[in-house]
Design a binder for this molecule. Sequence first.
Ligand code: IPD
Length: 267
Amino acid sequence: MADPLEFAEDLASRTGALIAEARAGQALDLSYKDGNELLTSADLQADELIRGEIEKTFPAHNILSEESSPDLSDPQALNGPLWIVDPIDGTVNFSHGMPFWCCSIAVREKGGTVAGAVYGPDVNELYTATADRKSTCNGEPIFVSEVPTLDKAMIMTGVDQFVDPSLPPFAIFKSFASNAQKVRVMGSAALDICRVANGAADGYFEAGIYLWDVAAAQLIVEQAGGKAEILYDMPPPYRICFAASNGLIHSELTSLVDISSLQEWKG
Ligand code: IPD
């Protein structure tokens, strides 16, 4: 039986490298899914590679991937071993040649994440953690920052292109901007959360992120000493409102998130 972390680590590294190399040699095929969300040929190539390897090595396990979500309405499927995959997190960055994109792979058992790997080829960062081992970046231990208050904290976030600036997500953005030291929108949630894990940033928040964007990074930030939580589930399935931090600023950060206004907004 393959070790889940070694498998996830190896697969995230191989997928990231293959996609980076493919991009160097050819123009990307671009299309749009679910209205206007960008999809590149590389997302599909990466998805196919990852699914194929998981199916070959762990034939009885389920897979939840951004690019091919199965029907997991059967609770058995969600409680059994489940791989949660984002072949390319930060697709828009990737398509523009910005370096902040990564491949994210997590595996869950009985609803808890047991191993996660996030690999950013262009930034040469491979983050890993398991439920019983501390987090690492490129094999070295990493730890969250010791920044004690929000006014000294750098907060990473994301806002959807189609959210009207008069709506609650922007009110929260404004509130972060006036209470934190700086707010940054880098475009890859998994890498943002891993940067909270290694102490380069202090907090992360987004309303409308998906489970596959954060599954591996959540374990990585927790096993680096931080705190992460789903604040509430949003429609459609697997969409969530999520916060992560170094732990010290967590309540200050989440106190700025007006959950009832977000729930009324409904996403
Ligand atoms: C996106 C990135 C981005 C976040 C978006 C996500 P994708 O993921 O993580 O940082 O703001 O909400 O959808 O679509 O590139 O995998």
